[in-house]
Design a protein around this ligand. Structure first.
Ligand SMILES: C[S@@+](CC[C@H](N)C(=O)[O-])C[C@H]1O[C@@H](n2cnc3c(N)ncnc32)[C@H](O)[C@@H]1O
Length: 359
């Protein structure tokens, strides 16, 4: 396709020539088109970008996850070689905070192999600038891991993967598609129904017009990672907004410059994401041989790991920043802020007991 065309023109041309596209195809093009995708352009994170993530709010977030990782490494008898993977590392802030703390544990730094999975060249450069001292390598796929246990961390990664949407009608479920009406992009439904029996049991009784989201791309990633962790030992920690068991509802959202935006407008300039179905990810991880902790809210998880104590220690050391630290603490754990909306998922080798969860 001509790269001189804008992303809008490319999408509209594809619809004109091939017919309406699925939400997943649209999301995939908008987010990761090789030259014009949202995640291929300038750094979208931080105060001047479209959204602010937990590690960008406070170092406490990454530091506590650093302690958490050391705990698991110790539970595994401090292996002399292990791989630490971050999926979608953003600016490298989370990993820098993790490693500043974790590498204080004797032996952790020498045992560490750092691997990052990232699609955005601008962010890769930032990750390299922050993490160069730890000699990171970027994964192209989820094959060829070094021997030894694998600890995986992902903050706000799974919500950025494409989802499919289906709407219940009298004759079954119809896939939601994006077509052109009077030259403008609009949602519609595939005419071909999918039988109810082909959909998850959890939505068998869903009323007409219910919407089901299926995160096939996230499930694919989890399947591959679970296989590696089941074989080599370790864990997968994923933090995101989402829900604990498959349910109906439209969670696809667009955000541009800190404001909700129409998902069909400004493709490539609007962040598109969807809430994560952690119940579906848990099923995939269990099928791959892993144990799964009961989902925790971000607030509960961080409190159990000691965020109040960490905030007090930081404030004691920097009295001039105490108010900022209090505000950051409240943003991370507050029920009306990120504390309840964001959930913490952990799948791991049977036998490990990851802290921060209530089994
Ligand atoms: C919402 S940002 C979160 C960044 C970081 N984890 C944080 O919390 O600040 C999503 C991250 O995932 C990356 N990403 C999105 N889609 C991806 C994909 N398909 N493959 C690899 N990385 C992807 C983005 O470039 C970005 O680094």
């Amino acid at each position: 396709m001509q790269d001189t065309l804008t992303l809008e023109q490319q999408i509209d041309l594809q619809i004109t020539s091939s017919g309406p596209m699925s939400v997943a195809t649209y999301m995939g093009i908008c987010l990761t088109h090789p030259t014009k995708g949202y995640y291929k352009g300038a750094d979208p994170l931080g105060a001047r970008g479209d959204f602010v993530t937990a590690p960008e709010i406070s170092q406490m977030f990454g530091e506590l996850i650093g302690f958490w990782l050391v705990n698991l490494w110790q539970q595994m008898s401090e292996p002399k070689a292990f791989t630490l993977v971050e999926l979608g590392p953003g600016r490298g802030t989370l990993m820098a905070d993790i490693l500043r703390v974790a590498c204080r544990a004797p032996g952790f730094r020498d045992a560490l192999k750092l691997r990052l999975f990232e699609t955005n060249p601008a962010l890769m450069a930032e990750q390299n600038a922050r993490l160069e001292a730890y000699e990171p390598k970027w994964l192209q796929d989820f094959e060829n891991f070094d021997d030894g246990p694998v600890l995986i961390v992902a903050n706000e990664f799974f919500d950025a993967l494409p989802i499919r949407q289906f709407v219940r009608k009298e004759d079954g479920w119809h896939e939601r598609q994006i077509g052109l009406v009077d030259g403008k992009r609009a949602f519609g439904l595939s005419p071909t129904p999918i039988p109810t029996s082909a959909m998850p049991d959890a939505v068998a009784d869903a009323p007409t017009d219910s919407m089901l989201e299926v995160a096939f791309a996230g499930a694919e990633v989890m399947t591959r990672l679970a296989k590696i962790v089941a074989r080599q030992g370790g864990s997968i920690l994923a933090i995101d907004y989402g829900y604990g068991s498959t349910q109906t509802g439209d969670t696809l959202q667009g955000v541009r410059r800190h404001t909700f935006a129409n998902v069909l407008e400004a493709p490539g300039e609007t962040d598109l994401s969807a809430h994560v179905d952690f119940g579906a990810l848990a099923n995939v991880a269990r099928a791959g041989g892993l144990a799964v902790q009961p989902l925790a809210t971000q607030g509960e998880f961080l409190k159990r790991l000691g965020i109040a104590e960490r905030a007090a220690a930081l404030s004691g050391a920097n009295p001039g920043s105490a108010e900022d630290i209090r505000i950051a603490h409240d943003r991370l754990v507050g029920q009306d802020q990120m504390g309840t909306l964001f959930k913490v998922f952990c799948a791991h080798s049977p036998g490990l007991m990851p802290p921060g969860f209530v089994s």
